[in-house]
Design a protein around this ligand. Structure first.
Ligand SMILES: [Zn+2]
Length: 164
């Protein structure tokens, strides 16, 4: 009996060891998209989306009412299609005043969201609770963003770190 137990202990140790962090690390260096074209190409293998000061956020769709201005219409479609495994999204420095609905609906694995230096208000992040794995939310440099105490508390309760 004692012998069996020690085998069980040993095999559970083996299972723990059989999850090499090296694998996880190399995986995270892959799947980085730095444009919407790259995101579309990577599809669900994309793990990071870096659109800091991106020309992709300036609308060039003549059928969109915001053509030539900062707009998230293309981003919305790309996230719908390829947002599923994104863990990190950076939309800093884009003059955005809206965050597409599909970010909250389709990016269930999002851990870090950077929205620094835009024109966002608190309404834009109202659906943060849908991002259940969110750990870090960067909001600095949005002059219209006034987080209420209630909002802070809600984020703190979920262990989301907020940088303002
Ligand atoms: Zn547009």
């Amino acid at each position: 009996m004692l012998f069996l137990r020690s085998i069980a202990r040993k095999s559970s140790k083996l299972i723990v060891q059989y999850n090499p962090s090296r694998c996880v690390r190399s995986y995270s260096s892959l799947g980085v998209a730095k444009s919407l074209a790259e995101l579309n190409r990577l599809g669900e293998t994309a793990t990071k989306l870096h659109l800091d000061s991106s020309t992709d956020i300036v609308c060039n769709d003549i059928q969109c009412e915001r053509v030539t201005k900062p707009c998230a219409c293309k981003l919305a479609v790309a996230l719908e299609k390829s947002g599923k495994n994104l863990r990190e999204v950076d939309l800093s420095n884009n003059n955005l005043d809206v965050i597409p609905e599909s970010l909250f609906e389709n990016c269930q694995n999002l851990e870090r969201l950077s929205l620094r230096n835009n024109k966002l208000t608190v309404e834009a992040i109202g659906k943060h609770y849908k991002l259940r794995k969110l750990k870090l939310l960067e909001l600095g440099g949005n002059p219209g963003m006034e987080l209420t105490v209630e909002c802070y508390n809600r984020l703190a309760k979920r262990n989301v770190k907020v940088r303002v």
